[in-house]
Design a protein around this ligand. Structure first.
Ligand code: GTP
Ligand code: MG
Length: 502
């Protein structure tokens, strides 16, 4: 039985098409309005800012807020891009290079990183240091936390989420991917490296399947390290990788013609990134460079008028309580009253920040920091959802789900009593399967008549799932981003699924 075929049969992508919240008239770039900024501390403005993994809220207070109608519209659209792929594929290097090429990092900082990398005997890692900001990451040459940075092209503001590739940090990758609209899948073309990443147990496959489940609608597949001595911009190698990846991407549920684009780059050298690769380096590539490809990606339309939903990813104290997250539905305005679910705490929106800018309102898809009054930081957990008062998100301890069993540990059986860790938007919670309701025939897609007591790898099954604490989730058909999940045990993804009943 082909497990990947079964993932497709889950039809995770189908809800995007009839996710009742899409309004074609709203396909114009999201409306995000910048307020006039006035720095209280003029020194702040001139400081060259190294990219922080998690920039703190800056105190750029808005001194005069005009009426919404008077504000200039921010015409650039916004996209969240997650960098995924096997360990050492070059995600951080490529992310760092993008920031360098777009002018976010100056030459002096690069020289400083070159020296630091050399001191750690990691010469070639200096570009990755732009994204890998903590000491552990730099010493080991591996991303641990999802790095976060921003850059702009002519048409688009991008938030880069640089996920770790190492298998120990898959939960962090899941958190990064759940905030993203599109993915850049980085693949190393270096001899042996593509192969290791692509094998079963390699993170190329796991990341692709997780990205699809978590709602990453489109993928740019960058075949990286084309400069490497074992590759030397070989068309043969590039074609080999593309031809092996295409069937796998299809099986994972991606429409390869519509939703996937391949291109060759060298993240380390910066080749075919901001400008197209020179003919003398690579005579056979006639397609776009990375920046062009990123600019051309269409954002899925999102409904600014839906009920407000923002899962909380993180929170901290900064002149009040500040929460971080991505708006999955609706619009938030300064002064709004909202509910923090599941605790039903009534809060007021004191200030909204996109990157370093304070804004008066923000729509779906934006990564925000919101300062709230009416709640203490201690009273919130990541996984809580900031929600509209009139139409709050449901809080449950039990739900019905359809899931595909990918790979159980040691070929265990999946039955009532099975325990795993549930990852759904920013929620991470122990769960137990309390009842198997129906097995779905993967060929006919119809439920089997016979009552089912256990299933094995590859099965598609509808079951009742229980958690100990209240969690805020939605039916997949209503809000795909808040209704799709993965089950993991002992560091491995064992199943992917969607919520079908609450
Ligand atoms: P994790 O965060 O640990 O998953 O790794 P990563 O995908 O972020 O890889 P990283 O950017 O840290 O790069 C790993 C190694 O590959 C470093 O030594 C880089 O210098 C090297 N590398 C990355 N991109 C290129 C490239 O385009 N060409 C060559 N030759 N080496 C590269
Ligand atoms: Mg990295």
């Amino acid at each position: 039985m082909d497990i990947e075929e079964d993932i497709r049969s889950l039809n995770l992508e189908s809800a995007e098409d009839h996710n009742g919240v899409i309004n074609p008239e709203d396909s114009k770039p999201e409306e995000v309005e910048k307020s006039d900024k006035m720095d209280e501390d003029p020194k702040q403005e001139v400081q060259a800012q190294a990219v922080e993994a998690e920039p703190k809220v800056k105190d750029k207070e808005v001194l005069s807020l005009q009426d919404e109608e008077d504000e200039p519209e921010m015409t650039k659209r916004h996209l969240n891009v997650v960098f995924i792929g096997h360990v050492d594929a070059g995600k951080s290097t490529t992310g760092g290079q993008i920031l360098f090429l777009s002018g976010q990092v100056d030459e002096r900082t690069i020289q400083k990183y070159e020296k630091e990398a050399k001191d750690k005997s990691r010469e070639s890692w200096y570009m990755a240091y732009i994204m890998d900001t903590n000491e552990e990451e730099r010493v080991k040459g591996k991303t641990v936390e999802v790095g976060r940075a921003h850059f702009e092209t002519e048409t688009t503001r991008f938030t880069i989420l640089d996920a770790p590739g190492h298998k120990s940090y898959v939960p962090n990758m899941i958190s990064g991917a759940s905030q993203a609209d599109i993915g850049v899948l980085v693949i190393s073309a270096r001899k042996g490296e593509f192969e290791t990443g692509y094998e079963r147990g390699g993170q190329t496959r796991e990341h692709v399947q997780l990205a699809k489940t978590l709602g990453v609608a489109k993928l740019l597949v960058v075949v990286n390290k084309m400069d490497e001595p074992t590759v030397q911009w070989s068309k043969e190698r590039y074609d080999e990788i593309e031809s092996k990846m295409v069937p796998f991407l299809k099986q994972s549920g991606y429409n390869v013609k519509k939703d996937v684009l391949f291109l060759p780059i060298s993240g380390l050298m910066g080749t075919n990134m901001k400008t197209r690769v020179d003919n003398s380096v690579c005579p056979w590539w006639k397609g776009p460079c990375l920046f062009e490809a990123l600019d051309a990606i269409e954002v899925p339309p999102r409904d600014p008028n839906g009920p407000f939903r923002m899962p909380i990813i993180d929170k901290f104290k900064d002149m009040g309580t500040v929460v971080m997250g991505k708006v999955e539905s609706g619009t938030v305005r300064e002064g709004d009253s909202l509910l923090v679910m599941p605790n039903k705490d009534q809060v007021k929106v004191v200030a909204i920040f996109i990157d370093e800018d304070r804004v008066k309102r923000a729509g779906p898809g934006e990564n925000l920091r919101i300062r709230l009054s009416g709640v203490e930081e201690e009273d919130m957990l990541s996984g809580f959802v900031l929600s509209s008062v009139a139409n709050p998100i449901p809080a449950v301890t039990e739900f019905i789900a359809q899931l595909v069993i990918l790979e159980l540990l040691d070929n265990a059986i999946f039955t009532a009593g099975y325990k795993a860790v549930l990852h759904i938007h920013s929620v991470v919670e122990e769960c137990e399967i309390v009842e198997l309701l129906q097995q779905i025939d993967t060929k006919t897609k119809k439920p089997l008549k016979k009552k089912v007591l256990f299933v094995k790898n590859g099965a598609v099954v509808v079951c009742r799932v229980q958690v100990n604490n209240n969690i805020c989730i939605e039916k997949f058909s209503d809000f795909p981003q808040l209704g799709r999940f993965t089950l993991r045990t002992e560091g491995k993804t064992v199943a992917v699924g969607k919520v079908t009943g609450l």
